[in-house]
Design a protein around this ligand. Structure first.
Ligand code: CAA
Ligand code: NAD
Length: 289
């Protein structure tokens, strides 16, 4: 079936970017959050991006108004009853995601696709709580979603060919390049990226170099757009920790084990750019640099 209406659950870093991307591509988008304050924040992020693009002359004021007209926020998941595709982008926690999939399965008509933007969790565990296991898949965007060109389509042992092909078509209409991955922790990109970021933390923890020098090394020596610590702050330290735990659980290689400093940062409530407190703005006196 042709996808026309899209629901996004979770208006954080990723959900707001996915909702923005879908609205820009012409879809009718409904964005859900848990409370009004977070919903307003997510919607502000989307509207702010269009203001920025219009200020730079990348889109016209008419286009910005047209995009704004295609997206609406809600606190009521019952409104998702008319959605052709729902993309879950809530916190990286399996219990929370399973509870949400159970609810969505009751609201969204049978046969419509339920997708998860999880970084690492098994999609089959979300599919298992639904009555439509062939219509559940991973649809993994990269941060920032409106800019990064890749989307991983994660196919479980029960996802149908039809679902994969509809998601491939959907990703293409967003201007993304889809790749298909098996339902294993980290899929393609995070299986490689997470141990790289963890290695950088271990290198710093062991006093081998400063954070800035490690970042300069990878940017200037390898041409990466961000160094590993900039990227950790950008992705979110909580999300990175939860994804690392999952990848380690399935692949108990020491390279996948979350370093103590990453745990301490999350325990200290330092989540990175999303709450303005990450590796890069640790108190000068903490000695973390
Ligand atoms: N909507 C549309 N366009 C946007 C935008 C938005 N919300 N935000 C930025 N842009 C556009 C800007 O307008 C700009 O376009 P122009 O060049 O045409 O003006 C372009 O994107 C680049 O933006 P900036 O100039 O602000 O910033 P930059 O050049 O420093 O690039 C960056 C920023 C794209 C984030 C770059 O630093 C980068 O690629 N970093 C690495 C990101 C990365 O590795 N992401 C993957 C993380 S891992 C992940 O996501 C998976 C997971 O599960 C954890
Ligand atoms: P985030 O913390 O910025 O946002 C999560 C949002 O979900 C929060 O605003 C929270 O209020 C909301 N939420 C939680 N439970 C909800 C519910 N039941 N209903 C509606 N909203 C709910 O997190 P994020 O970085 O956007 O990550 C979201 C998902 O995307 C995670 O699974 C993460 O692993 C994945 N992901 C993250 C990145 C990244 O770089 N941050 C990249 C790709 C995928």
């Amino acid at each position: 079936m042709a996808i026309k209406t899209v629901g996004v659950v979770g208006g954080g870093l990723m959900g707001s970017g996915i909702a923005q991307t879908a609205a820009q591509a012409g879809y009718d988008v409904l964005l859900a959050e848990v409370n009004q304050e977070l919903l307003d924040r997510g919607m502000r992020r989307v509207h702010g991006a269009w203001e920025m693009l219009s200020g730079k002359g990348r889109i016209t004021a008419d286009q910005a108004a047209e995009y704004r007209g295609r997206i609406r926020g809600t606190l009521e998941l019952n409104e998702f009853a008319d959605r052709d595709l729902v993309i879950e982008a809530i916190v990286e926690n399996l219990d929370a995601k399973r509870a949400l999939f159970r609810t969505l399965d009751e609201i969204v008509p049978a046969g419509r696709i339920l997708a998860s933007n999880t970084s690492s969790l098994p999609i089959i565990e979300m599919a298992a709580v639904t009555q439509r296991q062939d219509r559940v898949a991973g649809l993994h965007f990269f941060n920032p979603a409106p800019v990064m060109k890749l989307v991983e389509i994660v196919r479980t042992i029960l996802t149908s060919e039809e679902t994969v092909s509809e998601l491939r078509e959907f990703a293409t209409t967003l201007g993304k390049t889809p790749v298909v991955a098996k339902d294993t922790a980290g899929f393609i990109v995070n299986f490689l990226l997470i141990p790289y970021m963890l290695s950088a933390i271990r290198m710093y923890e062991n006093g081998l170099a400063t954070m800035r020098d490690i970042d300069s090394g990878m940017k200037l020596g390898c041409g990466y757009p961000m160094g590993p610590f900039e990227l950790l702050d950008y992705v979110g330290l909580d999300t990175t920790l939860y994804a690392a735990e999952q990848i380690y659980k399935e692949n108990p290689d020491p390279a996948n084990a979350p370093p103590t400093l990453l745990r301490r940062m999350v325990q200290a409530g330092r989540y990175g750019k999303k709450n303005g407190k990450g590796f890069y703005n640790l108190d000068e006196t903490s000695g973390a640099r």
